[in-house]
Design a protein around this ligand. Structure first.
Ligand SMILES: NC(=O)c1ccc[n+]([C@@H]2O[C@H](COP(=O)([O-])OP(=O)(O)OC[C@H]3O[C@@H](n4cnc5c(N)ncnc54)[C@H](OP(=O)(O)O)[C@@H]3O)[C@@H](O)[C@H]2O)c1
Length: 225
C-alpha cells in the first residue's frame, strides 16, 4: 500500500486528507503540535502513525523520517502552516520576528522535509504536494507576510519540479476553507459560508489519481462531482 507523510494532520485540510487516504488503504505518517488533538483526531483511523511535534523542530523532523518505510514514500504533503502575526499586519508594521517564524514553518521546514525524504520519494517516483494559497498570488492588504511565504513555497516547488523530473511536484491552492486558520485570519467573523476542508480532499485525490504535469493547481480545477 502507498505511504504518505502529511504535516498538520490533526485538523483542517490535513485531517480531511488523512481521513480520505486512510479510507483508501494508505499508510500515513501525520503530525501536529497539540498531542491530545492529534491523538483524538487520528484515533481509529486505519494505517495512521501519529507523531506529535513542530515541523520547525529538527528532532521532530528526524522522528517523521524514521517512520518512513524502507520501501519508500509515495507522497509528501507540506500542509502545516502558520499565518504569523495576528491580527494580520500591514507590511509597514509587520513584526520581523513573527515573519521569521512564519517562514520557518511555511517555507524552511517544508524544504527541509523535501530534502530529507527525497531518497524515499525517488524510490517510488513519488509526489510532493506543497499547500499554497491564493494569497501567494493576490496582493491582499495584511497578507504580505503569509502570502510571500506561500509565494516562496510556490517557487521552491516550481524549481524542484525542474530539478527532480521523476517526481510530481505540485503547489496546490485549496481555496478558502472553514478551518481554524481561516477563523484566525477573520477573527470574530462568520465564516460559515466557506466550504469545509472535507470538500477539498476529493480534489487532492483527483490530482493524485490523474498525476498531471508538475505545476501549480487550484482545487477548483479538480471538481469531481
Ligand atoms: N483555510 C483556508 O481558507 C486556507 C486557504 C488557503 C490555503 N490554506 C492552506 O491550507 C493548509 C491547511 O490549512 P488549514 O486551514 O486546514 O489549517 P488548520 O485547520 O489551522 O490546521 C492546521 C494543521 O497544521 C498543524 N500545524 C500548524 N502548525 C504546525 C507546526 N508548526 N508543526 C506541525 N503541525 C502544525 C495544526 O495542528 P497544531 O496546531 O496542533 O500544530 C493542524 O493540524 C495550510 O497550508 C494553509 O496555509 C488554507
Amino acid at each position: 500500500m502507498p505511504t504518505a507523510l502529511i504535516t498538520g494532520g490533526s485538523a483542517g485540510l490535513g485531517l480531511a486528507l488523512t481521513r480520505a487516504l486512510s479510507e483508501r488503504g494508505w499508510q500515513l505518517i501525520v503530525d501536529g503540535r497539540d498531542a491530545e488533538r492529534l491523538r483524538t483526531a487520528t484515533a481509529g483511523l486505519p494505517g495512521v502513525t501519529a507523531i506529535t511535534g513542530d515541523v520547525t523542530d529538527a528532532d521532530h523532523r528526524r522522528a517523521l523520517i524514521q517512520a518512513v518505510p524502507r520501501a519508500g514514500l509515495d507522497l509528501l504533503v507540506n500542509n502545516a502552516s502558520t499565518l504569523g502575526q495576528l491580527p494580520l499586519p500591514r507590511l509597514s508594521t509587520a513584526d520581523l520576528t513573527e515573519l521569521d517564524q512564519a517562514y520557518r514553518t511555511n517555507v524552511f521546514a517544508a524544504l527541509r522535509l523535501v530534502q530529507l525524504v527525497l531518497p524515499a520519494l525517488n524510490r517510488t517516483r513519488g509526489t510532493v504536494l506543497n499547500v499554497s494559497s491564493d494569497a501567494a498570488r493576490e496582493p491582499y492588504a495584511g497578507w504580505g507576510g503569509y502570502g510571500s511565504s506561500k509565494a516562496a513555497l510556490d517557487q521552491l516547488t516550481a524549481v524542484l519540479a525542474v530539478e527532480e523530473p521523476d517526481l510530481a511536484c505540485y503547489a496546490f491552492d485549496p481555496g478558502d476553507m472553514r478551518t481554524d486558520l481561516q477563523q484566525a485570519a477573520f477573527a470574530g467573523a462568520d465564516i460559515s459560508d466557506r466550504p469545509g476542508p472535507e470538500t477539498v480532499a476529493p480534489a487532492v485525490l483527483a490530482l493524485l489519481d490523474t498525476r498531471p504535469s508538475s505545476g501549480r493547481y487550484r482545487a477548483a480545477e479538480f471538481v469531481t462531482a
